[in-house]
Design a protein around this ligand. Structure first.
Ligand code: HPA
Length: 311
């Protein structure tokens, strides 16, 4: 089993990809052992996995027939350190469909390696999950977006990935997926259309957009020049998570759907007085989290099951 404390200690001196001690990376057995433990502690057999972003963990509390496990109790599972991220895995039903929900995710900026932040996704796969729903808090760059709006993620730009930081670095595990996974069609089109349909029925169209998410490393928010750069690149919303989990999910054949809750506008002018801060991000998350929960609940209730063409 991976001892994450020893693992972190080993990894801290390795900045060059060539130097990563491959023997210390998690192996298929490590994911399997965690999945087996969970399967022996719950009767739920989830087909949907949900990762709750900053302040969006309340969705997990709405699951029926819950079994929940603090991360610290799950063998081999990493631990979360961020305020607003409870750190539990919650199994239960949404609209009668079995789900597993991460209440609290792992971020690169906490000092975790990317294979650690994405460890739960491969565990989901081994639990039998077929569809991954990711949510996050994000700052907006698109002109028409307001704090409190929701963005259905159409595509992403993975800045850490573009500069060589990938959870797939190291030997490829063919049992999970191919060495060179395609990423040109990751956010499932049918689920995006279904979500838009639900949004219309809920009367939320004016608050919901479809757009491009960019992941930056954080933990700092953007400088004005960085914000201008992201805007010119066509980024609609920026955050500090999601891309690694989506990459690993797509690699192992999970169908992916993603939502960003817009918590702030990213400052793009030197004259602006507004300064974004983490408390404001959590405050807006709380304000709109109910709509986001309803949207996800409806989506889970109406999505096709066993229709995953990614295998
Ligand atoms: N930038 C990066 N990450 C974020 C932001 C932001 O403005 N808001 C919430 N997460």
């Amino acid at each position: 089993m991976v001892d994450w404390v020893v693992f972190d200690d080993l990894m801290k001196d390795y900045t060059m990809l060539d130097d990563i001690p491959v023997t210390s990376l998690p192996r298929h057995d490590d994911y399997q052992r965690t999945a087996d433990w969970l399967l022996s502690h719950t009767k739920q057999r989830p087909l949907v996995g949900i990762i709750c972003g900053s302040g969006l963990g309340l969705l997990a509390d709405t699951l029926k027939a819950q079994d929940s496990f603090p991360y610290a109790e799950i063998p081999g599972f990493p631990q979360s350190t961020v305020q607003g991220h409870a750190g539990r895995l919650v199994f239960g039903e949404l609209k009668g469909r079995s789900c597993v929900c991460m209440q609290g995710r792992f971020h690169m900026y906490e000092g975790h390696s990317l294979c650690k932040t994405t460890f739960p996704v491969r565990v989901f796969k081994l639990l039998g999950v077929e569809t991954l729903i990711v949510t996050n808090a994000a700052g907006s760059l698109a002109d028409g977006y307001q704090p409190g709006d929701i963005m259905i993620i159409k595509d992403h730009i993975n800045f850490p990935g573009l500069s060589g930081l990938s959870p797939l670095n190291g030997p490829n595990d063919d049992k999970f997926g191919p060495r060179f996974p395609a990423m040109s069609n990751v956010y499932d089109k049918d689920l995006r259309c279904l979500a838009m349909d639900i949004v219309k029925q809920m009367g939320l169209s004016q608050f919901v957009h479809e757009g491009v998410y960019a992941m930056v490393g954080g933990p700092n928010f953007e400088t004005v020049s960085e914000a201008k750069l992201l805007h010119r690149l066509g980024v609609d919303a920026v955050g500090m998570s999601t891309a690694p989990e989506v990459l690993v999910a797509s690699h192992c054949g999970l169908r992916v759907f993603g939502l960003s809750l817009i918590t702030n506008k990213v400052v793009r002018s030197y004259d602006g007085q507004d300064q974004v801060n983490h408390e404001a991000v959590l405050e807006v998350s709380k304000m709109r989290s109910h709509s986001l929960q309803l949207l996800i609940t409806q989506l889970v209730g109406r999505m096709d099951m066993n229709n995953n063409t990614h295998f």
